[in-house]
Design a protein around this ligand. Sequence first.
Ligand SMILES: [Zn+2]
Length: 171
Amino acid sequence: MTMTMSEHDKIRELLALAAADALTSAEEKQVAEHVRSCIACSNELDAWRPIATELRRLPTPQPSSWLVQATLARAEAKLAEQAEHDWNRRVMIVVVAFAWLLTIVSWPVFQVVSARFGNLLEPQFSHTLFSQTWFSHTSISFAAFTALGWLAGGVAAVMLAVRQRGERRLA
Ligand SMILES: [Zn+2]
């Protein structure tokens, strides 16, 4: 991921607080600069503004700045948590689909290879006996292939999750 992407993600997390005027002046400047060149963040900031205004319009006692900040920060954290959850689920679906695709695609290839091997190794077998042997060999191979596919998928999912965590820390 590029630095621009990290900056974009970081700014997005500040937008709700920016709308509530709950940022430090340095953060405010950072947000203002990013929003000038990023339509997505600009639109999101515009979406947060009326919400923040409504919060400030609440009848007395007015929520103090820290309360607004704490509430919005909690809402943001919840949204981020949800996003991460959705992302992980999407990764799992893709990985499982990939494992199945791998298994399905490899099945005919395995049949051909197994048949060739079987003919070379066991030409003396009667047709029926050969078929049974071939079938059980292929079944075991297929099961092993499936297990390998799922294992590869699991490893890929863990690697992606670890990488995502690392990117989050850098952001
Ligand atoms: Zn942005």
